[in-house]
Write a protein that binds this ligand. Structure first.
Ligand SMILES: Nc1nc2c(c(=O)[nH]1)N[C@H]1C(S)=C(S)[C@@H](COP(=O)(O)O)O[C@H]1N2
Ligand SMILES: [Mo]
Length: 329
């Protein structure tokens, strides 16, 4: 491997592969783990094999039945960066705060309340939630509204597969997610920087889209606390703030819900929050992003062009046909 060799070809971060040429690789993997992931330059940055065996979620072995690269083979972010450069204001607003302050957070046991306009509602343990779900590995780009981005291998399952089990009613047009509120374990919640608990939402068709994932792991292991253990949302064509962490409640509702960042500053953070280089944030450009991935020398300082829908336009643009994306940003 020459991945750390400055003479080696640069990772494909400067000119992201056009969507239409996106390579979609499906590898059937049995017992996918840290070792299986350490293949190829992109994962060069994967952590050294953990000393302990990969943790299993209670009642569920953390093995992925399939692997899909939905990031066009782009270099992966290192495990170290993805777990030490975070946004999780419940643990503080600094990028290093979530890693530093989440050690006392207790992710097990866990349960999720399913509520609202559905045939089946109630409180379900994480084991109940995971029982009938096949875990998959999906490698996605993640673009934060702050104009940095990563490429992360998640382990999870399509949100839609879970939602269907609760038989949403025809009147359910949106899904609302709520993060746990635990000031004793989440020191950032002592500060009123956000209106706790953190809330996010999706339109029903967005929630049912096959790219929309509920993640329980990343890089072949269980989600670290700072990344939203034990259950977090991943919506790869939207800005990262839609990817709500440590979910304790999922509610089916009729009208567009009030979500944390949108409520805080509606002119800066839209409800849809689809990645869109044509609509700048009022205080900065969204045309480019700083890619935090790979290693070694990069002539352009990892500044790359931001793609419409974060490069997932082919799969999701139809959801917004006829909508004015400047108004519905
Ligand atoms: N509950 C909660 N979820 C959250 C956040 C947060 O502060 N609280 N930050 C969001 C933002 S802005 C981003 S970019 C992603 C970051 O996810 P990561 O730290 O796993 O990369 O989480 C999102 N989910
Ligand atoms: Mo973000």
């Amino acid at each position: 491997m020459r991945c750390n060799d400055p003479n080696a070809p640069l990772p494909s971060t400067i000119t992201p592969e056009p969507v239409y040429r996106r390579r979609r690789q499906v590898l059937k993997l049995l017992g996918l783990g840290a070792t299986a992931l350490a293949a190829g330059c992109g994962s060069e940055a994967a952590p050294p094999a953990p000393a302990a065996p990969v943790a299993n979620i209670p009642g569920k072995p953390l093995t992925a039945a399939s692997r899909v690269d939905d990031a066009g083979g782009e270099a992966k972010t290192t495990f170290q960066d993805a777990t030490h450069y975070n946004n999780f204001y419940e643990f503080g607003t600094g990028k290093g705060d979530p890693a530093a302050n989440s050690g006392r957070f207790v992710a097990h046991p866990w349960s999720v309340e399913i509520a609202g306009l559905a045939g089946k509602t109630g409180r379900f343990t994480l084991e109940d939630i995971l029982k009938d779900q096949t875990l998959e590995e999906r490698i996605y780009r993640m673009r934060c509204v702050e104009a940095w981005s990563m490429v992360i291998p998640w382990i999870g399952f399509p949100l839609g597969d879970l939602l269907k089990r609760f038989k949403p009613l025809a009147s359910a047009k949106y899904v609302v997610f709520t993060t746990v509120e635990r000031p004793a374990q989440m020191p950032g919640q002592a500060d009123r920087v956000l209106d706790w608990p953190y809330r996010e939402g999706l339109r029903m068709d967005e929630a049912m889209h096959p790219l929309t994932l509920l993640a329980v792991g990343m890089y072949g292991r269980e989600l670290p606390n700072q990344n939203g253990a034990p259950l977090r949302l991943v919506v790869p064509w939207k800005y990262g703030f839609k990817g709500i962490k440590s979910i304790v409640r999922i509610e089916f509702v009729e009208s567009m819900p009030r979500t944390t960042w949108n409520h805080m500053a509606a002119d800066e953070y839209g409800f849809y929050a689809n990645v869109n280089p044509a609509v700048d944030h009022p205080r900065w450009s969204q045309k480019t992003e700083r890619r935090i991935a790979g290693s070694g020398f990069n002539l352009f300082g990892n500044r790359i062009a931001t793609l419409p829908f974060n490069g997932y336009a082919e799969q999701v643009a139809h959801l917004y046909a006829g909508m004015d994306l400047r108004k519905n940003f």
